[in-house]
Design a binder for this molecule. Structure first.
Ligand SMILES: Cc1ncc(C[n+]2csc(CCOP(=O)(O)OP(=O)(O)O)c2C)c(N)n1
Ligand SMILES: [Mg+2]
Length: 305
C-alpha cells in the first residue's frame, strides 16, 4: 500500500513547468465560469485533468515540429505558445485573437500548429506533413493529439498504414480518458489501442503516470526514434475532470469521483505545498487579469488570410 502511494507521489517540477500546468488549469476553469455567466458564445471542451500531457511533451518538441491538435486543444496551444491573451481573445471574439476570431476554441492555425474539431481529420494531414518533413526537413516530426473515441474514424487507420509503410516521423499522442462525449471507451472500442498499433507494426508506449518528469524521461528516446522514421503511438491513460464540453456531464458520480482522485493538482499541492500555493495564487490572479483585460477589448475583425 505504501509502495502504491509512493509511486503516486509527484516529483518536484521546475517553477516553469508548474506555472504552465497551473496556467492551463485556471484558464480552463475561467472558461467554464465565463460560459456559465453567458460571457462566451459557441462551445468549448476543456482539458481539465489532462494538462500534464502537453506540458510533459513540451521540451521534447521543437519549433520545426508540427503539432496537430483536436477539439480539446487549449492546453496544447498554451504549451506551445504560452499565449493566453491571443487564445482567450480568439474564443471571446476580441481584438488580438490569434485567428481573427473566426477559428474559436477548436480551429486554431499558427506557426506549424493546427487544431480541428473534426474527429480523425488531422491524422491523414499529419501523415502527409510527416512525409514532407522526412523528405525536406529530416529530423523534424509531426505530432498529432487524438482521443480514444477518435479511433472509431477510418481515416486514423489509413494514416497509420502509410506511416508504417513509409516510415514517417509521426508521433500519435492518444489521450485516452476512457470516454468519448458520453460513451465509455469500453462500450465503443473492441480490442485495445495497443493492439491496433501492433496490427500496423507500429510501436506503442503506455503512459499511466501523471508525473511530468517521469513521462519525459520515458518518452525522450522514443521521440528521438520517431525523428529517425519510427512512427509511435503514445497512449496516455488519463482522466477528463470536467464535462465533455460545458454542462453535459452525464457520468455517474462514482466515475467523476474516480477522475478527481487521480488528478495531479491535489496530489501536487499535498506533496509540494509551498511551491504549489505560491504559484497557484499567481496563476489564478494572472488568468483573472487576462480575462478582465480581454473582455474589455473591442470585437475582433476578420481581415482575410
Ligand atoms: C467526425 C466527427 N464526428 C463526431 C464529432 C462530435 N464529437 C466531438 S468530440 C467527440 C468525442 C471525442 O471523443 P475522444 O476522441 O475520446 O476525445 P475526448 O472528447 O474524450 O477528448 C465527438 C463524437 C466530431 N467532432 N467529428
Ligand atoms: Mg476520450
Amino acid at each position: 500500500m505504501t509502495e502504491t502511494l509512493d509511486r503516486l507521489r509527484p516529483s518536484r517540477l521546475g517553477d516553469d513547468d508548474l506555472e504552465l500546468l497551473l496556467l492551463i488549469r485556471h484558464f480552463e476553469l475561467k472558461l467554464l465560469e465565463l460560459y456559465g455567466r453567458g460571457q462566451l458564445n459557441g462551445t468549448t471542451h476543456t482539458c481539465l485533468g489532462q494538462e500534464y500531457v502537453p506540458v510533459a511533451l513540451r521540451p521534447l518538441l521543437g519549433a520545426d515540429d508540427h503539432v496537430f491538435s483536436n477539439h480539446r486543444g487549449h492546453g496544447h496551444y498554451l504549451s506551445r505558445f504560452r499565449d493566453p491573451h491571443g487564445l482567450l481573445a480568439e474564443i471571446m471574439g476580441r481584438e488580438g485573437a490569434v485567428c481573427g476570431g473566426v477559428g474559436g476554441s477548436q480551429h486554431i492555425h499558427r506557426d506549424r500548429y493546427m487544431s480541428t474539431g473534426v474527429q480523425g481529420e488531422s491524422l491523414p494531414v499529419a501523415a502527409g506533413v510527416a512525409l514532407h518533413l522526412k523528405r525536406v526537413e529530416p529530423g523534424a516530426l509531426a505530432c498529432v493529439h487524438i482521443g480514444d473515441g477518435t479511433w472509431g474514424e477510418g481515416a486514423v487507420y489509413e494514416a497509420l498504414n502509410l506511416a508504417a509503410l513509409w516510415r514517417l516521423p509521426l508521433l500519435v499522442v492518444v489521450e485516452n480518458n476512457g470516454i468519448a462525449q458520453s460513451s465509455p471507451t469500453s462500450s465503443q472500442m473492441a480490442g485495445t489501442v495497443a493492439g491496433r498499433a501492433a496490427a500496423f507494426g507500429i510501436r506503442h508506449h503506455l503512459v499511466a503516470s501523471t508525473d511530468v518528469n517521469e513521462i519525459r524521461t520515458s518518452l525522450g528516446p522514443l521521440v528521438a526514434a520517431v525523428r529517425q522514421g519510427e512512427p509511435l503511438v503514445v497512449e496516455f491513460l488519463t482522466h477528463r475532470l470536467g464535462p465533455h464540453s460545458k454542462g453535459d456531464d452525464i457520468r455517474p458520480a462514482g466515475a467523476v469521483r474516480a477522475a478527481r482522485e487521480s488528478d495531479w493538482y491535489d496530489r501536487y499541492a499535498h506533496d509540494h505545498p509551498e511551491q504549489f500555493h505560491r504559484l497557484d495564487g499567481l496563476a489564478r490572479a494572472e488568468v483573472q487579469a487576462i480575462a478582465d483585460e480581454v473582455a474589455a477589448r473591442p470585437p475582433s475583425r476578420w481581415e482575410g488570410p
